[in-house]
Design a protein around this ligand. Structure first.
Ligand code: ZN
Length: 301
């Protein structure tokens, strides 16, 4: 399933993207009756609440199956994609854990050595924006760079899990732009500010559930800026795979539903190009990952 957070006339909700458009999940739940209500409370209306409900995604799956079994003339209306605004699937993740230097080609372009263990940093959840929102160039930086990354959305609490079991805790996958202020990254001595400025974590367009996406180990990906390819790779080039990352992280801290892992970026970032390139007012950034789709944002000042 392709799970989305969307708004229509300013009212946010969650839905499933179907061929005919978006099926509103809370609407469909109430349409199909009380058994989908959670202990007398109304159905989750945010992705975070849905993920925190242990059986949430399974229930959505049942709702979609029921919708598809309904004769076409009697079906609930879906909302055409062009009649709604897609938001970041998770507007405020619990935590955003990110990996540096996790593609060999990117490690090479930085001129450093391949790490023996995952390089971990964090992005503040307040940096998240959705598809088509603006990445605003902040006054404190003049070196704003792009990084296409596979985002892993955690669906169940996990602590100390093995690689083999780790995917049981994944809800699905999304696309993340790990936008970075390179000047701050170099000057600060650590990365959190340069990675956490307002608007520096575009995310979307949806969360593709694991059962639909399958293995995340061979997904083609690219970045285009103003229509020109800048990054082009595949998750098959990850140094530390998704199961390795989850197992490694979970040995240090609990991963919780609604946490997001940005798994690192391949080569082709602006900073290491000849000559270096940075985002400027009016630029159009398009990030693509196979089976998930495009995350598009524009840049303003
Ligand atoms: Zn990154």
């Amino acid at each position: 399933m392709r799970l989305v957070t969307y708004s229509r006339m300013g009212v946010p909700s969650i839905g499933v993207e179907l061929e005919s458009g978006i099926l509103d999940i809370p609407d469909a739940a109430s349409h199909f009756g009380r058994k989908y209500h959670v202990r007398g409370h109304s159905f989750p209306a945010t992705m975070m609440d849905l993920l925190q409900w242990e059986s949430g995604i399974d229930v959505v799956r049942q709702i979609v199956q029921r919708y598809k079994k309904t004769p076409e003339g009697e079906r609930l209306m879906t909302r055409p994609l062009d009649a709604v605004t897609l938001e970041a699937p998770l507007s405020r993740p619990g935590k955003i854990v990110a990996l540096g230097k996790n593609y060999l080609d990117h490690v090479e372009e930085t001129g450093s050595e391949s790490p023996n263990f995952p390089v971990i940093f964090a992005k503040f959840p307040s940096s998240v924006i959705g598809p088509d929102e603006y990445i605003s160039i902040p006054a404190v930086s003049s070196m704003i760079d792009w990084e296409v990354e596979l985002g892993v959305v955690i669906g169940k609490s996990c602590r100390n899990v093995s690689e083999k079991k780790s995917l049981d805790f994944v809800a699905g996958y999304t696309v993340i732009n790990d936008v970075t202020a390179r000047d701050l990254q170099m000057n600060d001595g650590q990365w959190v500010r340069s990675k956490s400025l307002d608007g520096f974590c575009p995310m979307g367009p949806c969360i593709v559930t694991q059962d639909e996406l399958g293995a995340a180990s061979k997904l083609k990906m690219h970045t285009k800026v103003n229509g020109v390819i800048k990054q082009e790779s595949s998750t098959s080039n990850l140094i530390f795979s998704v199961p390795k990352i989850i197992s490694y992280l979970s040995k240090s801290f609990t991963l919780e539903p609604g946490d997001v892992i940005a798994t690192g970026t391949p080569s082709g970032v602006g900073f290491f190009r000849e000559p270096p390139e940075f985002l400027k007012n009016g630029d159009k950034v398009e990030l693509y990952i196979e089976k998930i789709g495009y995350l598009r944002n524009k840049v303003n000042k």
